[in-house]
Design a protein around this ligand. Structure first.
Ligand SMILES: Cc1cc2nc3c(=O)[nH]c(=O)nc-3n(C[C@H](O)[C@H](O)[C@H](O)COP(=O)(O)O)c2cc1C
Length: 212
């Protein structure tokens, strides 16, 4: 009888990359989650694909299946470690409380997706997955990027924070003396990994002199 090979991942995390500036944060987060041996269930909105083409030299393909193969190769993930789902793939695990991971990050989070999540729109798989995280009282981290914020944006962030979401603005600090853009990206990604309670070697925590 053939033995089933069971793949054990450190953690399962849902990652939605939406169309705010700073897709580099989302891609770096994915790289770190893969390196930390997490299985990552990924969704990339249409607008995020435009932003990726605008802000990076990455040649992300168009379909979810192609993106899955591309990201797997790009981040040297194990087969099945990175799974990508399309905007109306309602049978995906993230669409239901019984299948969704216990942790979800929207990084970066556009103000459009922020609004849809705050109002429970559920019009695409990203919005539905966030709605599932909210109804199941699971961890939901949002990384918005906009400047300045309108009253609407701030109201949505306050409402979601009161519901238990963690809002981590894509605003790197400077006390670590960043020398490169990668350093600034890692500042924000380290904050997200700390919230997810996934060990990171990107930045020492406050009060620690260096990474162990
Ligand atoms: C290059 C580019 C940069 C953008 N930057 C931002 C941004 O920083 N913040 C934001 O909320 N929206 C930004 N947008 C607009 C969103 O992509 C747009 O509102 C979109 O409808 C969001 O859809 P999504 O939430 O499904 O990804 C940007 C769009 C483009 C093309």
């Amino acid at each position: 009888m053939e033995l089933n090979v069971v793949k054990v991942y450190q953690e399962r995390v849902t990652l939605a990359i939406t169309g705010a500036s700073g897709v580099q944060y989302g891609l770096r987060l994915l790289e770190c989650l893969v390196a930390a041996r997490c299985q990552v269930l990924v969704m990339i909105s249409k607008a995020a694909q435009v932003v990726i083409a605008t802000e990076t030299d990455e040649a992300l393909p168009g379909s979810a299946k192609e993106q899955e193969a591309w990201l797997t190769q790009r981040f040297s993930a194990a087969p099945g470690q990175v799974r990508v789902f399309g905007r109306e793939q309602w049978m995906a695990p993230v669409a239901s409380g019984s299948g969704a991971p216990s942790k979800m990050v929207v990084c970066p989070c556009s103000t459009g997706s922020l609004s849809a999540i705050a109002t429970g729109a559920s019009n695409n798989l990203i919005e539905r997955a966030a709605d599932v995280a909210l109804k199941e009282r699971r961890q939901l981290i949002l990384v918005p990027r906009e400047a300045p914020y309108s009253e609407i944006h701030l109201e949505h962030m306050l409402k979601l924070t009161r519901m238990g979401c963690v809002v981590i603005p894509a605003s790197p600090g400077f006390y670590n003396r960043p020398r490169t853009i990668d350093d600034m990206i890692d500042f924000v990604v380290a904050r997200i990994l700390n919230q997810l309670q996934i060990e990171q070697q990107l930045m020492p925590r406050w009060g620690e002199d260096s990474l162990s």
